[in-house]
Write a protein that binds this ligand. Structure first.
Ligand code: PLP
Length: 453
């Protein structure tokens, strides 16, 4: 690393998220300078397919001029306003109306936040507020799932079911419980069918509710397809069985659509793909293609009405963010959704998604691949050590090695332990999908050669 280079200054001053500080000093940063379509280019001129859409989030690609123009126009007209104390502005109103129109189930209201974490943290507060309003102050516990990902603020990190989000942070906080991860390949027992596994997952939740006391459990939160926890598509019949348990105990269902929302699974929302009927639905990332930090959640009448009644009684709803519903973010979100609709990117996600999933499935013939999984334009390849050698590979070692090889071969993926994730922009073409599969295949061969050599 040259002194005073961007790399050196990054190491000196920039505190990175999700990064091992010691390793960062050795490896240095990958500095991305520009983007075009599904590609990004680094500061050394290397071009990559952004196979992760950044962080599962750039639906329309990396140089969508319409989003630049709409942001610029909004900046000139009204660069900022808020929604405290009855204030409003056009973009927030238009977007709220649009979100209610495209919602997968009837919804009443949209609340604006700035990130996925903040939306989920706010939802926890709203759920508590509602229980108090209903005169059920003991009904506050929230069930989430092991390996689920809901963000990193205090309540959201508590709901996240991954060890490194809890360790050394004194989390999870009290009242947040974690149930079985619905990953059949990993958690299914010998001779257990997918449907039987789904029944067991539902029974685990039922048992947890019974042992905690049904009157103490307020909500269940889950991603339609788990993203950061390893791309886990639920087993057949999972969602119908889970929803039956929640209905039995009057427990709210929160669908965290931060990754699945806006086309990723081949429908506008993952809730449609899996016939999920949420009371609360979290949105972020692809809502603006991440051109602007933005998030929101929708709630139905069952959630909204008690909250509205209570805030009427006590005078005000004591919650809101300076940047919530930001006019530039709202304008970008509206234009982004318009582009997704006009270019039929949801259908493209379904069609290219089928090709991507078929390509990943073909790669399961490779001895280093244990499972291919996914739906629409989100997928993963689970790497496994060569037979008899699992002791030589600590969890994540193969994944990190594969990540580096794929990067060298021009494809950005992300290893979640040993699962390589695939989540390209929704504008991806058939040739791009073929290239993604070809690079992955070549990278697997190089990984095998490295291991065996
Ligand atoms: N929920 C889900 C499903 C996510 O995937 C993420 C981020 O990856 C979040 C919430 C948190 O969003 P943010 O990073 O914007 O706080």
């Amino acid at each position: 690393v040259r002194p005073n280079s961007d790399e050196a200054r990054d190491i000196a001053y920039h505190f990175h998220s999700y990064t091992n500080a010691e390793a960062h000093e050795k490896i240095g940063p990958l500095i991305i300078e520009s983007g075009e379509g599904i590609h990004v280019t680094d500061s050394n001129g290397n071009r990559y397919i952004e196979g992760m859409s950044g962080l599962w989030s750039v639906a329309v690609g990396f140089n969508e001029q319409r989003l630049v123009d709409v942001a610029s126009r909004q900046m000139q007209k009204l660069p900022y306003y808020h929604n405290f104390s009855h204030r409003s502005h056009g973009p927030a109103i238009d977007l709220a109306e649009k979100l209610i129109e495209i919602a997968p189930v009837p919804m009443s209201k949209v609340f604006y936040t700035n990130s996925g974490s903040e939306a989920n943290d706010t939802i926890v507060k709203m759920v508590w507020y509602r229980s108090n309003a209903l005169g059920k102050p003991e009904k506050k516990k929230i069930i989430s799932r092991l390996r689920g990902y809901h963000g990193v603020t205090v309540a959201a990190a508590s709901m996240t079911g991954l060890p490194y989000n809890h360790k050394s942070f004194d989390l999870p906080m009290e009242g947040i419980l974690h149930t079985t991860c619905p990953h059949y390949w990993r958690e299914g027992q010998d001779g257990e069918s997918e449907e039987a596994f789904a029944s067991r997952c539902a029974q685990d939740i039922d048992d947890m509710i019974q042992s905690e006391g049904p009157e103490t459990v307020a909500a269940f939160i889950a991603e339609p397809v788990m993203g950061a926890g390893g791309v886990v598509v639920p087993p057949a019949t999972y969602w119908e069985k889970i929803q039956a348990v929640l209905a039995k105990y009057d427990i709210l269902l929160i669908a965290d659509e931060v990754i699945c929302g806006f086309g990723r699974t081949g429908n506008m929302f993952g809730s449609t793909t899996f016939d999920i009927k949420p009371d609360i639905l979290t949105m972020s990332k692809q809502i603006t293609s991440s051109y602007f930090p933005f998030s929101a959640f929708m709630i139905n009448d069952r959630v909204y009405q008690p909250i509205a009644d209570e805030s009427g009684r006590i005078g005000v709803l004591g919650h809101g963010y300076t940047g919530g519903g930001h006019p530039v973010g709202a304008a970008v979100a509206l234009e982004n959704i318009k582009i997704i609709e006009e270019r039929d990117l949801v259908a493209n996600a379904a069609e290219r998604g089928a090709e991507l999933q078929a390509g990943l499935t073909d790669l399961t013939s490779h001895p280093l691949v244990g499972e291919a999984r996914g739906i629409g334009l989100i997928g993963a390849l689970e790497l496994i050590a060569p037979e008899g050698k699992s002791g030589d590979f600590a969890p994540g070692k193969l994944g990190a090695q594969m990540n580096a090889i794929m990067l060298r071969n021009g494809l950005i993926s992300r290893n979640m332990t040993d699962a390589m994730a695939f989540c390209p922009p929704l504008i991806v073409g058939a040739n791009d999908v073929r290239e993604i599969i070809q690079i992955t295949k070549k990278s697997l061969e190089e990984l095998a050669a490295d291991i065996n050599g």
